[in-house]
Design a protein around this ligand. Structure first.
Ligand SMILES: Cc1cc2nc3c(=O)[nH]c(=O)nc-3n(C[C@H](O)[C@H](O)[C@H](O)COP(=O)(O)OP(=O)(O)OC[C@H]3O[C@@H](n4cnc5c(N)ncnc54)[C@H](O)[C@@H]3O)c2cc1C
Ligand SMILES: NC(=O)c1ccc[n+]([C@@H]2O[C@H](COP(=O)([O-])OP(=O)(O)OC[C@H]3O[C@@H](n4cnc5c(N)ncnc54)[C@H](O)[C@@H]3O)[C@@H](O)[C@H]2O)c1
Length: 454
C-alpha cells in the first residue's frame, strides 16, 4: 500500500478504540502511519470496559462462595463470611479505570491521536466528529465500532437492563431473570446464582449455548439446575410490569406463572454497531444483520474503508478482533500481507462450571467426515471428592477415523478454559489421537484426562 497521502490529515482514521481498533492503531503507527482514533465512550472498548475483563472479575468473586462453602470439607472453619456487592462493584470499576488509562497511554506512547467523541463517515476519505463538528480526512478509514446488545421489543422493555448496565447495579438483587441462553446469559446466571440470588433463565428455545457440543450444554444444564438455577424454555417475553414496590413481574408466553424479579437482564445477542455511521456516503451497503460486509483482508465495498471485529459479525471474540486489527495494519501499512485464520478458534463460556471448546463438535464432524471416532471421559474432579457435590467433569475428543487427526476438543469442568487453551495448539497443529496417547499424563490433574481417553 499506500503510505502518507499528504493531502489527508491522517494516513489512517480508526472509528472505535476497542480490541480491534486499538491494536490496528498501534500497529499502523508502528509502521510509520499517521494515525488517529475516535472513541464515543471509553478507550478500551467492550472487552475492557464492560465485557470480558469486568465479567471475569465477577466470576472470580462469585467462585469464592463455592470455595467458602466447601472449605470445611478441608478442615477450615470460616466464621462471619459476608459478601459486600458495592465493595466488589467498586473494585471492579477501579480496575476498569486502570485498564482504560493503560490503553490510553498505549495510544499516546505510539503517537496515535485520540478524539473522545463519536465519529461518522461522510465519504470514502472523510469523517465528521459529532460533538465538535470537525471534519477530518484520511487516506484509509477503519471501522471498528463493535456490537451493541439487542433489546427485543415487548411492553416494559425499558425496565430491563443489558450487560452494559449489569456492572453498575446499586444493590445485589435477590431475584434475577435472565433472557437468553447464550454466553452472556449463562455467565451472569452463574455469577448471580453463586452470589446467592434466585436466578431464572428464560429462553425462546429449549437449548442452551447453541453452537457448543450438546453433551457439554446438557451437562451444564443439569449441573446449573442442581445448583438452583430455574429454566423456563420455549418461552417468549410477553411483558415486564413494574410493581408498586418497585420490583418487576415478568410475563411469559409459555402459559406458566409470571416470574417476580428485582433485575431483568436481557442477553439475547449483540448486533453490529452501524446505525447512523454514514456508511452509505461511501457506497457501503449493510448485510442482513446490520454488519459491514468485508473480504478476507477486511476491505469493504469502498476501497479506502476497512472494517474489523464485531462490526463485521464474523466471530464476536476479542482475540479475533485483535488479530483482524493487527493483520489489517500489517497488510495496509507494513507491506506484510497477513490473513487471519478462522480455523480452530478456541472459545470458553465462564459459566459455573466453565466449558471450553475448539474445533468441530461431534455433530459437525459427523456431517463432514465419514468415519468419526469419539473418545470421552466422564470423571469426578478430585477437588470434589471430599464434598457432597456430585458434579462431574466431561471431556470429549472428536477424531477423524481416516487420518487419526483430532478435529475437536470439548470440555466442561473446573479450569476447562485454562486447560483448553493449551490443548487448542494440538488441534491447530493437526496432531493425531496417537500423539495424545503417546503423551505421558501429568498426575494428579484434571488435564491428564486428555491423554488417557481410550
Ligand atoms: C458481557 C460481555 C462479555 C464478553 N466476554 C468475552 C470473553 O470472555 N472473551 C471474549 O473473547 N470476548 C468476550 N466478549 C466479546 C468481546 O468483548 C468483543 O468481541 C470485542 O470487544 C470486540 O472488539 P471490537 O474491537 O470489534 O469492538 P469493541 O471492543 O466493542 O470496540 C468498539 C468501540 O467503538 C466505539 N464506537 C462505536 N461506534 C462509534 C462511533 N461512531 N464513533 C466512535 N466510537 C464508536 C464503542 O464505544 C467501543 O468502545 C464479551 C462481550 C460482552 C458484552
Ligand atoms: N466467554 C466469551 O467468550 C463471551 C462472553 C460473552 C459474550 N461473548 C460474545 O458476545 C456475543 C453476544 O453474546 P450473547 O450472549 O448476547 O449472544 P448469544 O448469541 O451467545 O446468545 C443469544 C441468546 O439469546 C436468545 N435469543 C435471541 N433472540 C431472542 C429473542 N428475541 N427472544 C428471546 N431469546 C432470544 C438465543 O436463543 C440465545 O440463547 C457472543 O456471541 C460471543 O461471541 C463471548
Amino acid at each position: 500500500m499506500t503510505m502518507a497521502h499528504s493531502e489527508y490529515d491522517y494516513d489512517l482514521f480508526v472509528i472505535g478504540a476497542g480490541s480491534g481498533g486499538v491494536r490496528a492503531s498501534r500497529i499502523a503507527a508502528g509502521h510509520g502511519a499517521r494515525v488517529a482514533v475516535a472513541e464515543e465512550f471509553r478507550i478500551g472498548g467492550t472487552c475492557v470496559i464492560r465485557g470480558c475483563v469486568p465479567k471475569k472479575l465477577l466470576v472470580y468473586a462469585s467462585q469464592f462462595a463455592d470455595d467458602l462453602a466447601h472449605a470445611s470439607d478441608y478442615g477450615w472453619t470460616i466464621e462471619g463470611a459476608r459478601f459486600d456487592w458495592p465493595a466488589l462493584r467498586d473494585a471492579v470499576a477501579r480496575d476498569v479505570d486502570r485498564l482504560n488509562a493503560a490503553y490510553t497511554r498505549t495510544l499516546d506512547s505510539n503517537k496515535v491521536d485520540h478524539f473522545l467523541e463519536r465519529a461518522e463517515i461522510t465519504g470514502p476519505n472523510s469523517v465528521r466528529l459529532k460533538q465538535s463538528g470537525r471534519t477530518i480526512t484520511a487516506g484509509t478509514i477503519l471501522v471498528a465500532t463493535g456490537a451493541w446488545p439487542v433489546m427485543p421489543e415487548f411492553p416494559g422493555a425499558e425496565h430491563c437492563i443489558t450487560s452494559n448496565e449489569v456492572f453498575h447495579l446499586e444493590t445485589l438483587p435477590s431475584r434475577v431473570v435472565v433472557a437468553g441462553a447464550g454466553y452472556i446469559a449463562m455467565e451472569f446466571a452463574g455469577i448471580f446464582n453463586a452470589l446467592g440470588c434466585d436466578v431464572t433463565i428464560v429462553n425462546r428455545s429449549a437449548k442452551i449455548l447453541r453452537g457448543y457440543d450438546t453433551d457439554l450444554s446438557d451437562r451444564l444444564l443439569a449441573i446449573t439446575r442442581a445448583r438452583g438455577i430455574a429454566y423456563r424454555f420455549d418461552a417468549s417475553f410477553e411483558g415486564v410490569e413494574k410493581q408498586e414496590d418497585g420490583s418487576l413481574l415478568v410475563h411469559l408466553g409459555d402459559g406458566g406463572e409470571p416470574v417476580p424479579a428485582d433485575v431483568v437482564l436481557v442477553a439475547t445477542g449483540r448486533r453490529p454497531n452501524t446505525a447512523g455511521l454514514g456508511l452509505e456516503t461511501a457506497g457501503i451497503t449493510l448485510g442482513a444483520h446490520g454488519e459491514i460486509p468485508v473480504d478476507s483482508d477486511g476491505r469493504t465495498a469502498c476501497p479506502t474503508i476497512f472494517a474489523v471485529g464485531d462490526v463485521t459479525d464474523r466471530v464476536q471474540l476479542t482475540p479475533v478482533a485483535i488479530r483482524e486489527g493487527h493483520a489489517f495494519a500489517d497488510a495496509r501499512f507494513g507491506g506484510k500481507a497477513t490473513s487471519v485464520s478462522y480455523d480452530a478458534i478456541p472459545s470458553a463460556v465462564f459459566s459455573q462450571p466453565p466449558l471450553a471448546a475448539v474445533g468441530l463438535t461431534e455433530a459437525e464432524a459427523r456431517d463432514r467426515y465419514e468415519n468419526v471416532r469419539v473418545f470421552t471421559s466422564d470423571f469426578r474432579p478430585m477437588k470434589n471428592v471430599f464434598s457432597e457435590r456430585i458434579e462431574r467433569g466431561y471431556y470429549k475428543l472428536v477424531v477423524d477415523g481416516a487420518t487419526d487427526r483430532i478435529l475437536g476438543i470439548h470440555m466442561i469442568g473446573p479450569d476447562a478454559p485454562e486447560i483448553l487453551q493449551a490443548a487448542a495448539i494440538a488441534v491447530k497443529a493437526g496432531l493425531t489421537k496417537a500423539d495424545f496417547d503417546a503423551t505421558v499424563a501429568l498426575h494428579p490433574s484434571m488435564a491428564e484426562e486428555l491423554v488417557l481417553m481410550r
